[in-house]
Design a protein around this ligand. Sequence first.
Ligand SMILES: Cc1ncc(COP(=O)(O)O)c(C=O)c1O
Length: 361
Amino acid sequence: MSADRGSRIEALVRPQIRALQAYHVPPAEDLIKLDAMENPFPWPGDLAPVWAECLRGVALNRYPSPHPPELISALARQAGVPPGCELLLGNGSDELIQLIDLCLARPGAKVLLPTPTFSMYSLIARVAGLDVVEVPLRADFSLDLPAMLTAIEQQQPALIYLACPNNPTARLFDVADLRAVIEAAPGLVVVDEAYFPFAGRSVLPWLLEFEHLLVLRTLSKVGLAGLRLGYLVGHAVWLHEFDKARLPYNISTLTQVSARFALEHAGRLAQQAEQLRAQRRWLADALRAVPQIEVFPSDTNFMLVRLPAGRAPAVHEELLRAGILVKSVHGSHPLLADSLRVTVGTPIENQALVNALGTLI
Ligand SMILES: Cc1ncc(COP(=O)(O)O)c(C=O)c1O
């Protein structure tokens, strides 16, 4: 890079952005892909042609509807959104996190994160210009409530993200701890329920009690990660503000039509989620039988496994060589030392993972 270009970048690009690393998505072609908490099953075979038929009617020459009423009411009905609350659609829940952060990023505003947690909270907050305050979870991955309450008192965060269940720890937080954090928060609290289909517990009814609470959901984990559709549920007063920062046509027509089709066949996706919950039990038991591996309980479609000290980077590489992609979270947080995050796959994929780890450890 020429000196001139380098100094222009320094002069023009905000230091917070220059200090960041772009979110890394590893190549996955021809690999057993167990790194990103996707549903491993495609559309059930009999639905694929009906879905393709729906797409044939789409008017791609027109902009998409900015607020598709039928899709919004279908999502609201399916989720059981409480009366008086509304939905805002995002291009994945990532986009909604970005909208919230952009709107709350007044100078000096802080976002509080119990960590380790979903890495995009901190990345997006920094891009938006929010200061990030982290409070470590306890060793059993529960919220450290006294530490959270002290941080709330001292830092007065504008925003708190609570992923419940949490990624990458795969656990739900205790209900009483969640409530205590929401009650103490001076700003907005977002409970991210991306893994609701595998946990079955929700704080949606609490929206009737707390006007400063928002609930985030996504269709990504039930089998539609490629669609990019997330939604934020909460009181209209908040959503109307965030809507001003939303780009007008953020949800493509193909996504809108496909999502409505998927919701009409939601039972089929629910069956797949049920299969994955059964596979989660199988995988956890099979991995626990591998000597020296610690397997943490999971309320999601993935689990955290801890390997013997110092082995995680090499085992991650060896698994790749064996054709299996998982996520190494070693080095990203002290609580995640020596750990891999593995997504629950199909029975064949899970068996392959267990065999490979059994050989490697
Ligand atoms: C807790 C949590 N929230 C949100 C997301 C992102 O979901 P989406 O695909 O809707 O952007 C993820 C993805 O892994 C996640 O783990």
